[in-house]
Structure formats: structure tokens, C-alpha cells
Design a binder for this molecule. Sequence first.
Ligand code: IPE
Ligand code: IPE
Ligand code: MG
Length: 260
Amino acid sequence: MNQTPQHIAVIMDGNGRWAKKRLMPRTVGHVRGAANVRHMVKACNDLDIRYLTLFAFSSENWRRPPDEVSALMGLFLQYLENEVAEMKAAGIRLRVIGDRSAFAPLLQSRIDQAEQDTAHNTRLNLTIAANYGGQWDVLNAMRAWQIAHPHKTLQEMDANALAAHLSTAELPDPELLIRTGGESRISNFLLWQTAYTELYFTDAYWPDFDSAALKAAIDWYAQRVRRFGRTDDQVSAEPQSAVEKADKAMPDLAARFKIS
Ligand code: IPE
Ligand code: IPE
Ligand code: MG
């Protein structure tokens, strides 16, 4: 196998422990984490990765102490203010997914502006998940589908129809998910979209996850055999790209084997 992912998703975890290890306040870890977002975006753009989706703030992170939540909101605003001009120049398109209605009006308007300002860019698609929860996304998609099809019943909704209403509708599913910080869980990130994603867990804290670490994750991904339910023999008889393509256009296979 020698495949490269076109979409990498990252759970950027470990900022707090990075700081604690150095006897510094957690917020210093978040400042370093935000600086690393900048490096990671550049590294992915340099490697011609087409989609990078970063988990910046979960719908559960509101449970943190108010000071920490404010610091994170401040860093998000600062990130948008500092980076958008450069994103425009570098051909990066920014999207933000998650329930942004909970954010302060200024932050909401900066997000809208950043999305508009970069909407015509076609190199790296950078998506920041903020106040995002995978369960929220699926529920929201179901509701949006029902609003779009008021005369249909839920029986008529299929997987593709639901996916078309997810916040990631314009993005392919990630082939590779990286979680830094040593935990092996999804923490309510892209639940639907990671159904067949390769999961890479590393102990490195997010501020320490550099471009060499990224390359190691991509090399690990290159060695994976993606079967999508098939056997090894079936997969080796076909090029990997054909196997992946077939996954996208999966008919109702079970129906063919129905025993009546
Ligand atoms: C991830 O780092 C950043 C956010 C969740 C915003 P953490 O803040 O979770 O760092 P740890 O897990 O406490 O070390
Ligand atoms: C996941 O990290 C969310 C983000 C990286 C934004 P958490 O640190 O919030 O995850 P848990 O609570 O340890 O699962
Ligand atoms: Mg954490």
C-alpha cells in the first residue's frame, strides 16, 4: 500500500498537560497549541493535503472553568484576526463547523467574514470544529432533512441523504484521524464521518506534534489495508483506489442475499 490521505482530521489534545508538565497555567498550553495549529496548517498545505479538520472546542468543553473557556474563545478570535490574510494568500479555504450561535456576536461575525473571505480558495480546505459535537451533527442533519422534505417520512431517508445535511456535507470523510495526548477515544468528534476512518493515537501532546510527527502518522496510514468489509484476498485482487471508490457507491448488498 502507498496511499496518502486526502482528508486528515485531528483531535488536538494535551495542551493542559503540556503546560502542567512545565509548571505553567493551562492557558499557556492553549497559546502554544494555537501556535501549533498554524504550523500544522502550513505543513499540510506543503504536503498537498486537500482537507484538514481540527477539533478545537467540543460541545462538552463548556464544562471547563469559565476562565479557561474565555481564554479559548479569545484565542479563537485572535487566530481568525491574525491568520485570515495569510490564508487568503496561501489559497486556504476556512470553514467552521459546530453550533456557532453560542458564541459572542463579535466572534460569530469574524467567523462569517473569514469564511466569506476565503470561500473561493481551492488549495487546502481547513475546517475548524468549534462548539462541535458528533451527536449534535447527526441530530441536526436529521432535523434539516425533515425540514427539506416535509412530505416524506423518516423511512425514506437513507445514509447519503442524511450525510448531505451534516455540517461536513461538502467534505469527503476523513481517511485518517489523529488524536494527540495519549487518550484512545473519539470524545464526540466526527461520529458518522469516521465510520471507516483509520484511527491514529499518539502520546505526544498537541503543542509538541510537529511536521515530523505528522509525517509519521501519514506513513502509518500508508501501510493500512482498508477492506471496507471485504476479505484480504478480495482487496489484494483490486487496486486500493477501486476498493475505496466502491465503498462510496455501495448498493444495498444485503438485499441480494436475502433468504426468503
Ligand atoms: C485540548 O487540550 C484543547 C481543548 C480541549 C480545547 P486539553 O485542554 O484538553 O489538554 P489536556 O487534555 O487537559 O492535557
Ligand atoms: C477533545 O478533548 C476535544 C478537543 C480536542 C477540542 P477533551 O480533552 O475535551 O476530551 P476528553 O474530555 O478528555 O474526552
Ligand atoms: Mg484533553
